[in-house]
Design a protein around this ligand. Structure first.
Ligand SMILES: Nc1nc2c(c(=O)[nH]1)N[C@H]1C(S)=C(S)[C@@H](COP(=O)(O)OP(=O)(O)OC[C@H]3O[C@@H](n4cnc5c(=O)[nH]c(N)nc54)[C@H](O)[C@@H]3O)O[C@H]1N2
Ligand SMILES: Nc1nc2c(c(=O)[nH]1)N[C@H]1C(S)=C(S)[C@@H](COP(=O)(O)OP(=O)(O)OC[C@H]3O[C@@H](n4cnc5c(=O)[nH]c(N)nc54)[C@H](O)[C@@H]3O)O[C@H]1N2
Ligand SMILES: [Mo]
Length: 822
């Protein structure tokens, strides 16, 4: 193994991959034969199922899997993801932590000075720290709940490996919810009876056939369907292509409600309805007002399928506590849409079959529960929920939702929990009165206020006193808001361990860093087509783990060895035995439904296809019979008002949807006199969050003077003397960053965009340090959406921007740590 690494380092071709890999199944199935022309092998990623040309032990080329007719451009970044200077080469420890451990100077965290370790040293340290924290503080001292967008592959799913291994050692604090849909997944079960956000949606063919007006509300599917939770095959794009043709023919009207001209809008050639950021609920209430005043709402639907319309409509009509009638004239100054246009739009929605399709960014803001709830109320007033091409969806921009899905069973994964009846080495369940589970986006609050109380979804959370954190398959120094606040919290942590394959900012702020390999350096299986469940893919190992990296499975097997639990961890199975078992279980579950060959044949073929999927209509069974197929709300009906939520007594999430002003809002809202620009940190067009930012050549295709782009309107640029291509400073009271200006008329005055996932690269470790590359979470606000969901509010954020004068500091984000001697 070491030979191949050295060969790679020198840029020489390794002699024979087969010889180096040894007696693996790759060899058994002759997949690893190395010839001058190389071999094409099947692989998979969030960006798509792909085929990779492996030549001389190196990944030389990537092309789409033949079933992927609409591959994303991002597969051109994959080679650079494998081979780049930010790959973690060895296990490493932060200099002062290695010397002083829990007594280290934590203010040095972020200065990026690290010492190289051997695997044995690193895993011994990891084990010692687990022991120390369990015996000194108990399970409430350890947070191992954070996981995220681990690479595809059901077996190697790295969060499960970390959590199973740590579970075998002792208990720990975990999390509930996620950053994607934190508000939506909590509010919608009260309203529509399920999370909706992760549920299958009405099939695209039925939408194309039946819908007359399609509203994309805060939604950019053409951009966001490029990635999927599993190995994507991008079939939704075939339907977007048909939609484009229907729009051109005038058969379907598509309207994008968005402050920005989106990529989808440009592709479809559809209309944009401009709206001021964060003001959608005011607009929705005015739409409800018009529908009701003009008797355009569906009384029969409301009476048959919903509860609690009366208090809501009383509030809209000015009979609520605030005595304000939510007329279009009331809404206009808030949402920026002319009152006549509001009325016309309400009439259009009621005129024919209307499908509302929401994106998720709109609930990633303060009071993010409200637009989802108000959207459901509008859909209920229109009375089309459960009809093909009508009603509401919260997910058609995600992971092939809406592509007709098969009924196939898909492969399971490596278990994250202990096997039944097993207990950890330290079976201490005393959390000292603190909660065992915290809302995911509140972990920084928790570290800053141990013992503090938090209202969450009808219960009270008591913050544990966390001393050690472990991160695997996530990058909190991209995903969490307000990095300068995070620095303060990290002063309180004694030990931070990160397992990743790239030296991102989370590694920089850790004490112990372990190098995992990428999914291209191990064997795995996964479903392809994400929610459409189109088939099972063999993810063949392409090359050896680079440098000293290892698979998460190998890393945690060896950690468990240190406390005698390695056999329990692996269940005495190696990688291939696991893959075969996961496949065989799946094959068995599909017996009589879908034909699947023996594992060996599947592995050789590279995939097994389940054939076409079936059309389906969301909420149709409820519409058919609301008694028998009641939705999962407390009453079984759609709840326009919720007694349950009302009983919590929260002022920031009351018993029906209401308009609430935000802490920060542009276009005349609070804070806009000092910081007039709304910063939206949407999901990147050419990355998956922070993944692939390290892919140097690919990054160069969009970076501006080596910095992350910040998009702004011509008017805002002109007012500040900013030209396209300038390095600019974006700032507010929370932080400051450098970015490269892209002046674009897709952006209105008062709105700027920096895509999330840009690698944080501060000039030094201090609080307030300038971020040299442009991570928007240097600037975002770290507050919960409300007491109900406590979800992140990244899109509630105001800033100012100026030309940066003075010498521009180099970007510090990439290229790994500063190696020093102990
Ligand atoms: N401002 C702002 N912030 C946001 C958002 C926003 O819209 N605006 N969006 C939020 C949302 S929706 C999300 S989902 C989060 C995403 O947050 P994350 O899931 O934390 O983001 P990723 O960049 O995908 O981080 C995954 C990390 O796992 C590593 N990794 C991948 N595969 C493996 C593996 O096999 N083994 C190991 N050990 N590591 C691996 C990758 O290298 C990467 O560093 O960000 C959130 N943050
Ligand atoms: N290419 C790519 N695709 C992805 C991802 C990725 O990283 N890259 N990440 C995946 C993940 S984990 C997730 S969670 C989803 C995220 O999916 P979303 O959260 O839906 O996506 P975003 O791109 O953040 O935002 C979508 C649109 O919302 C608009 N918007 C923002 N605020 C408002 C508002 O107040 N009002 C209105 N009307 N519109 C608003 C934005 O202008 C943008 O056009 O995407 C998934 N798909
Ligand atoms: Mo997400």
């Amino acid at each position: 193994m070491a030979i191949s690494r050295r060969h790679f380092l020198k840029g020489l071709a390794a002699s024979s991959a087969a010889a180096l890999i040894g007696q693996s199944l790759l060899v058994r199935t002759a997949q690893a034969a190395v010839s001058a022309e190389g071999t094409w092998r099947m692989a998979g990623s969030h960006w798509g199922a792909v085929k990779a040309l492996v030549k001389g032990g190196v990944v030389a080329d990537i092309k789409p899997f033949e079933k992927d007719k609409y591959p994303t451009d991002m597969i051109n970044g994959i080679k650079g993801l494998i081979y780049n200077p930010s790959r973690i080469r060895y296990p490493m420890a932060r200099l002062d932590w290695l010397k002083n451990r829990q007594h280290s100077d934590r203010k040095q965290r972020g200065d990026n000075r690290f010492v190289r370790l051997t695997w044995d040293e690193a895993l011994d340290l990891f084990h010692e720290e687990l022991e120390r924290v369990q015996t000194t503080y108990g399970p409430s001292g350890l947070y191992a709940g954070a996981t995220g967008w681990r690479q595809t592959g059901q077996f190697h799913s790295c969060g499960s490996h970390m959590q199973r291994a740590v579970n075998l050692h002792g208990n720990f604090v975990s999390k509930v919810g996620d950053y994607s849909t934190g508000a939506g997944q909590v509010i919608l079960p009260y309203v529509l009876g399920s999370t909706e956000v992760y549920d299958q949606g009405t099939s695209w063919p039925l939408i194309l056939e039946n819908t007359k007006t399609l509203v994309l509300w805060a939604n950019d599917p053409y951009k966001n369907l490029q990635v999927g939770w599993n190995c994507e095959t991008h079939e939704a794009y075939a339907y977007l292509e048909q939609l484009k043709a229907r729009v051109a023919a005038g058969d379907i009207k598509v309207i994008s409600i968005d402050p920005v001209q989106t990529k989808t809008q440009g592709y479809l050639g559809c209309e944009q309805l401009y709206i001021n950021p964060q003001s959608d609920v005011a607009f929705m209430l005015a739409l409800a007002h018009t529908l009701y005043s003009e008797q355009l709402h569906d009384d029969t639907f409301l009476n048959t399928y919903t509860l609690g319309f009366e208090p809501f409509i009383a509030y809209v009509m000015g009979k609520g506590d605030d005595k304000i009638e939510k007329t279009p004239e009331w809404a206009t100054p808030i949402c920026g849409i002319d009152s006549d246009q509001i009325r016309e739009f309400a009439r259009l929605l009621a005129a024919d079959r209307t499908q509302l399709i929401f994106g998720w960014a709109i609930q990633r803001q303060q009071h993010g529960e409200q637009p989802y709830w108000a959207g459901a109320v509008l859909a209920a007033m229109l009375g089309q929920i459960g009809l093909p091409g009508g009603g509401i969806s919260y997910a058609h921009h995600y992971s092939s939702i809406g592509v007709p899905a098969t009924n196939a069973s898909t492969p399971g994964g490596f278990p994250r929990n202990l096997d039944p009846g097993k207990v950890p080495v330290h079976n201490n369940t005393d959390f000292k009165g603190a909660s065992r589970i915290i809302p995911v986006a509140r972990w920084i609050d928790c570290i800053l206020e141990p013992g503090g109380k938090l209202q969450y979804n009808g219960s009270e959370v008591t913050y544990p006193d966390i001393k050690m954190s472990i991160f695997s398959g996530c990058n909190p120094w991209h995903h969490h808001q307000d990095h300068n606040r995070m620095k303060r919290a990290f002063y309180e942590l004694e030990t931070v361990v990160t397992i990743d394959y790239s030296w991102n900012a989370t590694c920089r702020f850790s004490d112990l860093v372990l190098p995992a390999c990428t999914q291209f350096e191990r064997n795995d299986i996964d479903v392809y087509g994400s929610y459409a469940k189109r088939g099972v893919l063999a993810m063949h190992q392409l090359v050896d783990p680079l440098f000293h990296s290892r698979s998460d499975f190998d890393i945690f097997t060896d950690l468990c060895r240190r406390y005698g639990r390695h056999n329990e961890y692996t269940q005495n199975k190696d990688e291939f035995q696991w893959l075969k078992e996961l496949y065989d279980d799946c094959r068995k579950a599909n017996e009589g439904k879908y034909e699947m060959p023996e594992f060996e044949q599947f592995w050789k073929d590279g995939y097994v296809d389940f054939g076409p999927g079936e059309n389906w209509v969301r909420h149709a069974s409820f519409r058919e019979d609301p008694e028998v197929n009641a939705v999962g709300t407390p009453s079984g009906f759609i709840e326009i008002s919720s007694r349950k939520i009302g009983s919590y007594g929260y002022d920031d999430c009351q018993q029906h949807p209401i308009w609430m002003e935000k802490t920060e809002r542009s276009h005349g809202g609070p804070g806009s006199d000092k910081y007039p620009l709304w910063l939206q940190s949407v999901h990147p067009d050419k990355r998956l969050h922070s993944q692939m930012c390290e892919s140097d050549e690919y990054r160069a295709t969009y970076a501006v003077q080596g910095r992350e782009p910040v998009y702004l309107s011509p008017a805002d640029a002109k007012a500040r003397g900013i030209s396209d291509g300038d390095v600019v400073r974006v700032f507010n009271d929370r932080g400051q960053l450098l970015a490269g200006a892209v002046v674009s008329d897709h952006f209105p005055t008062g709105v700027i965009r920096i895509q999330e996932g840009a690698w944080y690269g501060p000039t030094d470790a201090s609080i307030g340090a300038l971020d040299t590359y442009g991570d928007p979470n240097t600037l975002t606000l770290d507050v919960g959406t409300s007491r109900l969901a406590q979800a992140p509010s990244a899109n509630t954020c105001l800033v100012e921007i100026e030309v940066f004068d003075g010498p521009v500091p180099p970007v510090t984000s990439f290229g790994g740590p500063r190696l020093v001697d102990a």
